[in-house]
Design a binder for this molecule. Structure first.
Ligand SMILES: *Cc1c(COP(=O)(O)O)cnc(C)c1O
Length: 380
């Protein structure tokens, strides 16, 4: 079986893990946690980073650190992984679901600006969404597959309405926005180091950015909101810190980030070329606003039925192939969240086919994928 997305752990992972065991630093304090946070800050050109137990807990933490909760509303694209929505719900807020731009597959700043003008009222300090009465507090932009949204324009919209700009950069370590690293672009950004991401800690996440006060607040909340050593806690806190074991793997992975990104970019180009040669097939999103980290790559088919058939065909032939995100507005827990036109996402999601995208996929693996895709279209 050619896997869809598996980690490459052939660097210093085992060595660093052994170091944790031998030095007895296996929990949330330890040199690898510090080193990993510094590494993430450096890779994203951020002032600092806070390592967390997962990307999802990182987003939740970012919202709590910004005091977003009950009565609040967060703008998110409907085409995202469920975690962006669950973090908003866990914070006690609700999402306002927006469409994606058909080329970049990211939030469209003009659509957001228009909706804020037309559907909200300013009541003193609050920007109120008229229909629900909720206070709009933030835009949670998503780097879809590592592809950057128009962060400059989103920043302008956020600023014009005094909203926070948060980035779900779960798969975007190594992504760029207009040739610049992504750390400084949002008030705070969140990465994931789940096993299927470009670099992994087994599981884990990080908040990164330039707002040190915000990051320190997040760190405090992630550490049970503990004050001093005597079981004093000054807020409702969480146990969301990353362990030294996870960070050890992360440090080894970071050493190879450049190599992994290069390989992912090659895989993306390979499948884009493949798409050009197949009837009615389109490539994955275009890099309009910067270089993508190309987390996962694949094909977009003309009809949902074709996508399902191709997925079944390739899996039968030992090629790990999957559909991709189902929009949030179609998910049972979030169907009641208000939407603002989601037709592009609705017309796209069930035509997307993700193909093997591991950094360690070999050339012959890719050739086999291409060959089998060609055979599928010959038959159908
Ligand atoms: C992977 C991912 C997450 C969740 O990260 P976990 O570490 O699995 O909690 C959130 N948002 C997006 C867009 C993702 O791709």
């Amino acid at each position: 079986m050619i896997p869809l997305a598996v980690p490459d752990l052939t660097g210093n992972e085992a060595k660093y893990l052994l170091e944790c065991v031998e030095t007895n630093f296996v929990s949330s304090v330890g040199p690898f946690v510090d080193r990993f946070e510094e590494g993430i800050a450096k890779a994203t050109h951020s002032t600092a980073a806070v390592a967390t137990s997962s990307g999802t807990s990182g987003i939740h933490l970012a919202l709590k650190a910004l005091d977003i909760g009950e009565g609040d509303m967060v703008i998110i694209p409907t085409y995202t992984f469920i975690a962006s929505a669950s973090a908003v719900a866990q914070a006690g807020a609700i999402g306002w679901l927006f469409d994606i731009d058909p080329t970049s597959w990211t939030l469209d700043p003009r659509q957001v600006a228009r909706a804020l003008e037309v559907e909200c009222d300013r009541r003193g300090e609050r920007l109120v969404h008229r229909v629900t009465g909720k206070t709009v507090r933030a835009i949670l932009a998503v780097y879809t597959l590592g592809n950057a949204p128009d962060m400059g324009a989103l920043r302008d919209v956020a600023k014009a309405h005094s909203l926070h700009l948060i980035a779900d950069a779960a798969a975007a370590i190594g992504s760029e926005h207009r040739s610049r690293p992504i750390g400084p672009l949002a008030d705070v950004s969140i990465a994931s180091f789940n096993g299927n991401k470009t670099i992994t800690c087994g599981g884990g996440g990080a908040l990164f950015g330039d707002d040190l006060a915000l990051l320190n607040r997040a760190r405090h909340l992630a550490t049970t909101a503990r004050v001093g050593q005597n079981y004093d806690h000054d807020a409702i806190g969480y146990n969301y810190r990353m362990t030294n074991l996870q960070a050890a793997v992360g440090c080894a992975q970071l050493e190879r980030l450049g190599e992994f990104l290069k390989r992912k970019s090659e895989i993306s180009s390979f499948y884009s070329t493949l798409a050009e040669g197949l009837p009615g097939v389109e490539a994955f999103p275009t890099e309009i606003f910067g270089t993508s980290s190309h987390w996962l790559s694949g094909l977009v088919l003309k009809h949902p039925g074709d996508a399902q058939a191709l997925i079944a065909f390739l899996n039968e032939r030992g090629i790990g192939t999957r559909p991709f995100w189902k929009p949030i507005h179609l998910q049972v827990p979030y169907m009641h969240w208000p939407t603002d036109g989601v037709s592009t996402a609705e017309g796209l999601w069930d035509r997307v086919v993700v193909l093997p995208s591991s950094a360690n996929a070999s050339r012959s693996d890719l050739d086999y994928v291409a060959e089998q895709c060609a055979e599928f279209f010959l038959k159908s």
